[in-house]
Design a protein around this ligand. Structure first.
Ligand code: FAD
Length: 856
């Protein structure tokens, strides 16, 4: 065993072996994988080996597609077969709601280049004759599904990595990790200490324990999971013989069942409601190639439905029931990337579908380690997406919820209840008393909307407009016409201070920093000129700045800030989290209201649009920004939590004479729509350039150097390929939710849809980097299913909804820039729940296009 290496990968499951392979392929060959026992000694060996590309997050779907593509390559390099069976598969809908869900998934596929098809139950039965099609209303076919040999695949990765020069050490447990002052690691193992620049946690079932070695509690938990194998079935043999094909994979949402052919019988697995965590606090180090005791009672309800839906399987004898543990994060997606606050400590764990995702995880992580950037939009699996609130018990509750809902529909207006309330502000009880429907915003309870007195504060979940529609409309109208107050504690807040603070922020941000007492809005881009942040920044003192941003991106942004912090201590950064909370008042009467609460002059001249001041509000020390996301006259008021009740009470009392109402996050998001304001993570993401994102006025290319300036200047000079635009949609009783395809009737060539994320569409060069636009260059119509006569799918929706004040259904999304800029461009349609609805580009915001109201 070497004593010094560039990187140590801990864990020889499918994920560790994939990471090792990808690092070696990217040129890091001085690397070592250390495995406690034999390869596959965690969850990898007893997996059912199924793979598919569908994922709720299109960016994760793209990495799953890459994984499937990769198997041929590792087979060739290693000489080891993965026993790939690319059978295709169907998802069966038993209700109209489930069919709506499949229509949404299929529509999304239109711009992702997916080959899915909506088919009838009878068509599905022709490919899987063991089902009783009368139980279903429809299905979606996906040709890129199948199964493989889990052990063979793990070995193939490991052999391919070894061929490229990587070392694998077996039967040697990592017992401790200690960091050196220079940021490198001593990896203490049973066989001695290895010094490494980088450490990767691919510990699978023990990832949590490895995290604890460096003082981190990772939000990951193992769950027991069962699948059964039947005796050989004559029906299966007969089908194979008569068609010359294997039976396809089937996913039955109602039964929470997946099933497929295994040899000449059937494999059937369940995600049962009565699920059970395994080793909830500590994973025993002596657990090896063992299985857990099957518990047929636990899966009996699913089996009962399964046997009704697939009567052919009920008749077969059960040969074996496998029960094994595997890990999940809170939302079922992996935890990948560098851990904020640590140097050179990387994660690739909580990979619940190692055979669908392992390749993509390995590629993204190796890109990140070798090139400093994952090369894709990996937010959906970034380890930074959860905060400190996701501790052991929170994780336990959330993972159980996620597991038991694996095949349940998540409606766009559905808030999930497990582990709540976690964090609350001092106004929580008051908001409940006000009949607020609360939502979870990065672990914090936040008012979404206020139900009318005497009605139950509860969402009726739906893909269509629901019971919040009327009340949100009231909140918006009262705010726009009088004044409203809302909680904004869920924004991220930071303070950057020190003699080099301004220089630091100028280097990170695309806009110029403001003068003392003034505010700017500014995006942040990476070296590749892609959007990685969008902030409000106030200069609150000579060497002091206050920053507000997206709540969910707090760790993601802290990681970036810390990476660029000068080593000499000339800049300090502090994340407030819930030690600073806020309230926003907005609407034409908001200034009169504020004036009653303060002892300073807040008239237009004295306190201008985009001004920042520290002042006492209702007697409490506060920071006040003259700015609001509603796009109206308004203020954001920030205070220590101890003062929040005082300030709220003062606002309510003083507001009475102006007709003040409470409004929630949904009204706020509705109001931002009619101002064409973007949101972080929907419109603005690391797959778009700042000019593509229509953030032009915040990009100061003439300013001194900022990170990504060169790439941004190039985008500007060449012209953005895409443009974020806003649409008014002729919707019926459902508005867009995000990810819907945008169709256009085009008579000329506007260039094709260059999909920044997609399935099958991206190409990867030999270093594993995506070659953007290669599929697009073949022409949009080359992608099956996205052309229909003169109509083409030309883009995708990022978000939208109903803009209540202007009474219009609105959507934002991306289309080719040439099309966005052509005023004579023809007609648009946006596909909502399978129906194409007329839409038109709306250049000026429908509410207060000149911005006069917020400036007066
Ligand atoms: C019953 C069942 C069915 C499944 N079906 C499917 C399926 O159909 N499709 C699919 O994609 N996935 C399936 N899975 C999930 C799949 O098994 C996991 O996604 C995958 O195995 C995760 O791999 P991993 O490498 O992250 O973790 P693991 O396989 O758990 O590997 C972690 C490795 O790290 C080693 N290790 C841990 N700590 C240390 C240490 N301190 N020092 C040295 N070595 C250490 C362990 O010994 C182990 O070998 C299934 C799982 C189960 C249990």
């Amino acid at each position: 065993m070497k004593s010094h290496v560039k990187a140590v990968v801990i864990g020889g499951g499918v994920v560790g072996c994939s990471v090792l392979y990808h690092l070696a392929k990217a040129g890091w060959t001085d690397i070592m994988l250390i495995e406690r026992s034999e390869l596959t000694s965690g969850s990898s060996w007893h997996a059912a080996g199924g793979f598919h590309t569908l994922n709720g997050d299109p960016n994760v779907a793209k990495l799953q597609a890459y994984t499937v593509q990769l198997y041929k390559e590792i087979e060739e390099i290693s000489g080891q077969s993965c026993s790939l069976h690319l059978t295709g598969g169907v998802m069966m809908a038993d209700t109209p709601e489930r069919m709506d869900f499949l229509r949404l998934a299929h529509a999304k596929g239109r711009y992702l280049g997916m080959d899915t098809e909506l088919i009838t139950p009878s068509e599905a039965k022709a490919m899987f004759p063991l089902m009783d099609e009368k139980n279903f209303v429809g299905a979606m076919w996906d040709p890129v599904e199948g199964h493989l040999d889990p052990s063979g695949t793990t070995i193939a990765y490991s052999k391919a990595a070894k061929k490229l020069g990587a070392e694998i050490v077996l039967r040697n447990r990592v017992v401790d990790l200690t960091q050196q002052p220079d940021g490198t690691w001593n990896v203490v193992t049973e066989q001695g200490t290895v010094h490494a620049e980088h450490v990767v946690n691919c510990g699978g079932l023990w990832a949590r324990e490895i995290g604890r070695m460096v003082g981190v509690e990772l939000p990951v938990l193992a769950m027991e999971h069962m699948y059964l194998l039947t005796e050989p079935m004559p029906e299966v043999e007969e089908f194979n013989k008569s068609t010359g094909r294997e039976m396809i994979g089937v996913l039955d949402f109602k039964g929470e069942i997946y099933t497929r052919q295994e040899r000449n019988g059937i494999l059937l697995g369940t995600y049962e409601k009565a699920c059970k965590p395994w080793s909830p606090v500590n994973t025993p180090w002596d657990f090896g190639h063992e299985l857990l005791q099957p518990d047929i009672d636990r899966i009996a309800p699913s089996l009962e439905i399964g046997f009704k839906h697939f009567p052919g399987i009920e008749k077969a004898g059960i040969k074996q029931i496998i029960n094994g543990p595997f890990t999940f994060a809170l939302d079922g997606n992996p935890l990948v990337g560098p851990v904020q606050g640590l140097t050179n400590f990387w994660c690739a764990c909580a990979v619940m579908a190692g055979f669908s995702q392992g390749g993509g995880v390995g590629l993204a992580l190796s890109n990140w380690m070798v090139h400093g950037d994952p090369g894709f939009d990996v937010w959906g699996m970034d380890v930074a997406r959860f905060g400190e609130w996701a501790g052991l018990r929170y994780t336990n509750a959330k993972v159980r919820e996620n597991y038991s809902r694996r095949f349940s529909i998540r409606f766009p207006n559905e808030e999930l209840p497990a582990a709540r309330p976690a964090q609350t502000t001092p106004l929580y009880d008051t908001m409940l008393a006000n009949n607020a429907v609360m939502g979870d915003s990065w672990g914090l309870e936040t008012p979404l909307w206020f139900a009318p007195k005497g009605t139950e504060p509860k969402d009726i979940v739906s893909f269509h407009r629901s019971n919040d529609f009327g009340p949100i409309g009231e909140e918006v109208r009262a705010t726009r016409e009088k004044v409203g107050v809302t909680e904004i504690a869920n924004f991220a807040k930071y303070e950057v201070s020190g003699p080099a603070a301004e220089e630091f922020l100028n280097r990170l941000m695309t806009n110029r920093m403001p003068k003392v007492g003034r505010i700017v809005l500014t995006p942040m881009v990476n070296e590749f000129g892609k959007l990685i942040g969008d902030f409000t920044i106030a200069k609150s003192g000579e060497d002091r700045f206050m920053i507000w941003g997206s709540s969910a991106a707090q760790k993601y942004h802290m990681r970036w800030f810390e990476k660029h912090l000068p080593k000499d201590g000339s800049v300090r950064i502090h994340r407030f989290d819930q030690t600073l909370v806020g309230l926003s008042i907005a609407g034409p009467k908001s200034r009169d209201l504020l004036q009653k609460l303060v002892d300073v002059d807040v008239s237009t001249k004295a306190f201008r649009f985009m001004d920042f001041r520290e002042m006492a509000v209702g007697g409490a020390p506060c920071m006040v920004n003259r700015i609001t996301y509603t796009g109206d006259l308004g203020y954001e008021i920030w205070m220590a939590p101890a003062y929040q009740r005082l300030v709220y009470k003062a606002i309510k009392e003083a507001g009475e004479e102006f007709g003040l109402v409470d409004f929630g996050m949904r009204a706020l998001l509705s109001m931002r729509l009619e101002k064409n304001f973007p949101t972080w993570f929907r419109e603005l993401r690391p797959i778009y350039g700042p000019f593509e994102g229509s953030m032009d006025r915040f990009i100061k290319l003439e300013k001194n150097d900022f990170i990504g300036r060169e790439a941004s200047a190039k985008e500007h000079a060449e012209g953005p390929k895409l443009r974020r635009v806003s649409f008014i949609v002729d919707a019926a009783d459902a508005d867009v939710m995000g990810d819907e395809p945008i169709w256009a009737k085009v008579s000329k060539d506007y260039g094709t849809v260059e999909k920044p994320h997609g399935y099958g569409a991206p190409r990867f060069d030999t270093t594993g980097k995506e070659v953007r636009g290669s599929r697009a260059a073949e022409g949009a119509s080359a992608v099956r299913g996205i052309a229909d006569g003169d109509w083409r799918v030309v883009g995708w929706v990022t978000s939208g909804g109903y803009a209540h004040y202007v009474q219009k259904s609105m959507a934002q999304g991306y289309v080719p820039a040439a099309l966005a800029e052509d005023e004579s461009a023809g007609l648009f349609e946006i596909e909502i729940l399978g129906h194409r609805r007329p839409a038109r580009i709306n250049v000026e915001p429908p509410f207060d296009p000149s911005g006069e109201k917020m400036r007066t």
